[in-house]
Design a protein around this ligand. Structure first.
Ligand code: ADP
Ligand code: MG
Length: 143
């Protein structure tokens, strides 16, 4: 086990459903600490850039438009095995396949509108955190 950071996004449907506190509470109860947070409306360039890895997928255009359909909460979280822990709390991409008690099982409407994003590995976590919080945007938890 090691302390990691991961990038977490409450997507526009999660913000619209007023789930920010509920979702952060689940992360905090699992021992993850918020080290950066920002509400923002993604530009087209930001949404396209963030999901560039999916640019060849048939759902890419819709995904970019969904991610720009309202404000998102972007957060960096830190803790033991933060990347896997965060993905476990989110649940599977398709809510139909998500385990009971996960965020996506409880709140997601579809495989696209699935409430949350979480990094999928150490390299993407570092890239994604730098994408939103580069240049000193992450705050050390000194208490
Ligand atoms: P995850 O968010 O679980 O890491 P992916 O990285 O595979 O999943 O996909 C990124 C996002 O693209 C998903 O969270 C979802 O919003 C959307 N998405 C994934 N697969 C589909 C699909 N088959 N149809 C529509 N949207 C999809
Ligand atoms: Mg992914």
């Amino acid at each position: 086990m090691s302390v990691e950071q991961t990038l977490s996004i409450i997507k526009p449907d999660g913000v619209e459903k007023n789930l920010i506190g509920e979702i952060y509470s689940r992360f905090e109860k699992a021992g993850l600490q918020i080290v950066a947070a920002r509400m923002m409306h993604l530009t087209k360039e930001q949404a396209e850039g963030f999901y560039a890895v999916h640019s060849e997928r048939p759902f890419y255009k819709d995904l970019v438009s969904y991610m720009r359909s309202g404000p998102v909460m972007v957060t960096a979280l830190e803790g033991e095995s933060a990347i896997d822990k965060h993905r476990e709390i989110m649940g599977a991409t398709n809510p139909a396949n998500a385990d009971p008690g996960t965020i996506r099982k409880d709140f997601a409407a579809s495989i696209e509108e699935n409430v949350v994003h979480g990094s999928d590995g150490p390299e993407t976590a570092a890239q994604e955190i730098a994408f939103f919080f580069g240049d000193g945007g992450v705050c050390p938890r000194t208490r």
